[in-house]
Design a protein around this ligand. Structure first.
Ligand code: HPA
Length: 284
């Protein structure tokens, strides 16, 4: 399943050629949907759907709640490309599974990506269903020689050493904040730091206490690798977390994080998030 994937420029160009043979759209915006947020794709007008399994040199997804389709169409008046279902390193994929879709977007002409994820709320001000615009990240795997860009660097995609200080585009964050204000959702939308952990276990209370002390507001198992590959390729990034569970900080707490709760909470916010994304795309 994971064998034979190749993230060289030439290999991804072949993947892009296949995509171009299946759609005439030239997407400028890419969207990556997190757990339970795949329905965001149903807002896309005139959708053309391509199954991951039909795409040469492309990984496949196998997590419940993550469908596996690339969807091309229009949203907010722009041509978009939606990844309905993403790849996590905890599934056993190599970095290729993260790299190929993002570099495919780059080759197809995508300039901006919008990313959503489900996350645990570490910050005690966060409630179930809140949205947290990601302003910055802490990458545990990244700091520990598991950075997605480790390996030979192909300058055709980007430079060897990539700054991450401006990873989450400030203009897109401000634009999103304005939209949120105009629509009257300021009470549930915050800005914060996302910490990327490897998973697939949810964090222990001691781990959550540590992550909080480090300055993280939300915790999840995705997004950062994709953002890093996108920034390497010069793609602008907007990313947002949906708080699907309140992180457990005490060993005496009886509530536990679980995937079903994550999916259930995500479902309640799919429509709002797709409206907000649509507005943001209009302004990109
Ligand atoms: N931790 C890590 N990943 C997650 C969580 C969490 O609490 N909730 C949803 N994804």
């Amino acid at each position: 399943r994971f064998k034979g994937l190749c993230c060289s420029y030439e290999a991804i160009q072949k993947t892009a050629e296949f995509i171009r043979s299946r759609t005439t759209l030239n997407p400028t915006v890419g969207i990556i949907c997190g757990s339970g947020l795949g329905k965001l794709a149903s807002a896309v007008k005139n959708p053309q759907l391509i199954k991951y399994e039909d795409i040469p040199n492309f990984p496949r997804t196998n997590v419940v709640g993550h469908e596996g389709n690339l969807i091309f169409g229009t949203l907010g008046g722009k041509s978009v490309m939606v990844m309905q279902g993403r790849f996590h390193l905890y599934e056993g994929y190599g970095n290729e599974a993260i790299i190929i879709p993002i570099r495919l977007m780059k080759i197809l002409g995508v300039e901006t990506i919008l990313v959503s994820n489900a996350a645990g709320g570490l910050n005690r001000n966060l409630k179930l269903g809140d949205l947290v615009i990601i302003r910055d990240h802490i990458s545990f795997p990244g700091l520990a020689l598991k950075n997605v860009l480790i390996g030979p660097n192909d300058e055709r995609f980007g430079t060897r050493f990539v700054a991450t200080s401006d990873a989450y585009d400030v203009k897109l964050r401000r634009a999103f904040q304005r939209i949120v204000q105009q629509q009257g959702h300021s009470n549930i939308v915050h800005e914060g730091v996302y910490v990327h952990v490897g998973g697939p276990t949810y964090e222990s209370p001691a781990e959550n206490r540590m992550l909080m002390l480090m300055g993280a507001d939300v915790v999840g198992m995705s997004t950062v690798p994709e953002v890093i590959v996108a920034r390497h390729a010069g793609i602008r990034v907007f990313a947002i977390s949906l708080v699907t569970n309140v992180s457990v900080l005490s060993e005496e707490t009886t509530e536990k994080a679980n995937h079903q709760e994550v999916l259930d909470v995500a479902t309640t916010r799919t429509e709002l998030l797709s409206n907000l994304f649509t507005e943001l795309i209009k302004q990109t």
